[in-house]
Ligand binder design. Sequence first.
Ligand SMILES: Cc1ncc(COP(=O)(O)O)c(C=O)c1O
Length: 387
Amino acid sequence: MKLSSAVQRISGEGAEAWEIHYLARQARDRGEDAIVLSVGDPDFATPAPIIDSAITALRDGDTHYSAIAGKQALREAIAEDFTTQSGVQCAPSQVHVFGGTQNALFAASLCLLEKGDEVIALEPMYISYEATLCIGGANLVRVSQPDNFRPRASLIAAAITPATRAIVVTTPNNPTGVVMTKDELQAVAELAIKHDLWVIADEVYTDLVFEGKHQSIAALPGMAERTITINSLSKSHAMTGWRVGWAISPPIMEPHFNNLSLCMLYGLAGFIQEAAITALTDQRHASAEMCDIYRARRDLVCTELAAAEGLQVLKPQAGMYVMADVRGYGMSSDQFSRELFAEQMVSVLDGRAFGQSADGWVRISFTLSEEELRAGCQRIVAFLAKR
Ligand SMILES: Cc1ncc(COP(=O)(O)O)c(C=O)c1O
């Protein structure tokens, strides 16, 4: 039987980098003493009032088809939140609710990109961009960032061709924790305007900024009309499994997103939307509390890892991950992650999962308790002490 080539096309680079993560999960599930520092799923429980809202809505019979673009109350809450955070005036009609960021990225790429178009994304990049952006036959153009993963406008400019249609801007960034400055965003904005490009702004870590200030590229002059801003509750409210995400776009996108949603999702479950409304209104403070805990963990990990002299640790400005350069030990990131797991039962993620230019780096998540993180870091230091 013949299968579509589309799925093959979207399998993505760097899949083998996940092998150690899966092995570590299996070891932990068998009850072994594995410390899993390779995943980006917050360890916090979703705040109870958010869960209660979903349960109440379920009991009240909110189990039917829901509005395609999202409930009006949720679209209003998202629009108000975005306007407050970014300064961009956003109407509820510009908000489209999707099943997670992935779903929103998928929809944006299908609406913006045709077969043969090019979309630029900066490496290291979130793993599923290749799959979500290229589903319709567009080509992903990867631009590396040699300045400790800060974007260099000249490299982005050099990657633009007549086929370029869009640039993806991920700030704060996964895996690097870089928060783009206004000047860095301005440089991208100028290129987008000059070449008449769309910008897809992935802002899922907006609420987890430790230093610097998150700024939305949509707030820069001339950008709101060419930017699709994507966000979700996965990281801000520890709601990865709820799959609530959304896109904020210029009015021209509304009918296109509606058409796509009709065949992709047909409206996110109503009771989940009720939970999302609670997250963005009554429980807005929850993410600030989580952010404080992540900041303390980030500091702990950086302090503990400083004991390994050859390890260059990039202190993240935001997010849930530390990037560490292991090349000082004469190892590739693949070798490091395999040997670390074999010797110390600690899993980290090989940077190649985020693109070849992150070879030599590993991503260490701080989505565990301080006690577990300290133990994990001490095992890494012990592992490196023998090298
Ligand atoms: C940069 C980035 N974008 C999007 C996502 C996906 O988030 P969601 O759970 O909202 O689909 C992630 C998840 O790790 C991410 O790191």
